[in-house]
Design a protein. Structure first.
Length: 211
């Protein structure tokens, strides 16, 4: 079955689970929980990852953050900063420091001509100047009968993620573990493809040069 839309994903989950009675609202819960796991990862009690957070170039976004009185609201889909730069001089990046260190280091504020640091508290970024923010954005949630880049690129990630959530709902730990492993394998392929798309040709040329 082709999986290009939320409706087709629902149908596939029902088929794989052999549960035609699963309602759309419950299936949409599985989709939301899968997206949450991909956006933020999932950890065990000892700190190891059950699911690594997805971080690929399709999630990279650049936005200009306008600062007012030293503060700016982060984009609503913000997950994680990649680079934070002065749009007027992108030859260097500002560095993240903790809010406590920011207060101790700059009790009267930073130099607005060449600031060196920024910090984040909740959904607010603190800096004395406007910034160019390159960041990882949340996976656009699947809604109605829509689609997003991840479903188009890797429908198996969604399918196995939803089936693992269904298995947890169905109290079947064996299937839960199996589908979670399949989802992680699909994520591994997606991450490897992302690395190759960025630097694969360069790596191959370097390997050929060594030979």
């Amino acid at each position: 079955m082709t999986i290009l839309t939320l409706g087709q994903l629902r149908s596939s989950v029902r088929d794989w689970a052999k549960r035609s009675s699963l309602g759309d609202a419950l299936l949409d819960d599985f989709v939301t929980m899968t997206e949450t796991a991909l956006n933020h990862g999932e950890r065990t009690d000892d700190g190891g990852y059950i699911v690594f957070p997805l971080r690929v170039r399709d999630m990279e976004t650049i936005a200009t953050v306008t600062v007012t009185n030293g503060a700016a609201t982060l984009p609503s889909n913000f997950l994680e900063a990649i680079t934070v730069r002065n749009p007027a001089d992108v030859t260097y990046s500002l560095q993240y420091i903790t809010p406590e260190f920011m207060a101790d280091r700059y009790p009267t504020g930073q130099n607005t001509v060449s600031p060196a640091d920024y910090t984040i508290v909740g959904s607010t970024l603190y800096s004395p100047i406007d910034l160019e923010l390159r960041y990882y954005a949340r996976i656009p949630p699947l809604v109605a009968d829509g689609q997003n880049w991840l479903l188009t690129k890797a429908p198996n990630v969604y399918l196995f993620g939803c089936l693992s959530q269904y298995s947890a709902y169905d109290k079947d730990p064996e299937k839960y573990t199996g589908y979670r492993q399949l989802m992680n394998a699909a994520l591994g392929g997606l991450n490897a493809a992302d690395v190759n798309s960025r630097a694969g040709s360069m790596t191959r040329r370097a390997s050929m040069a060594v030979c």
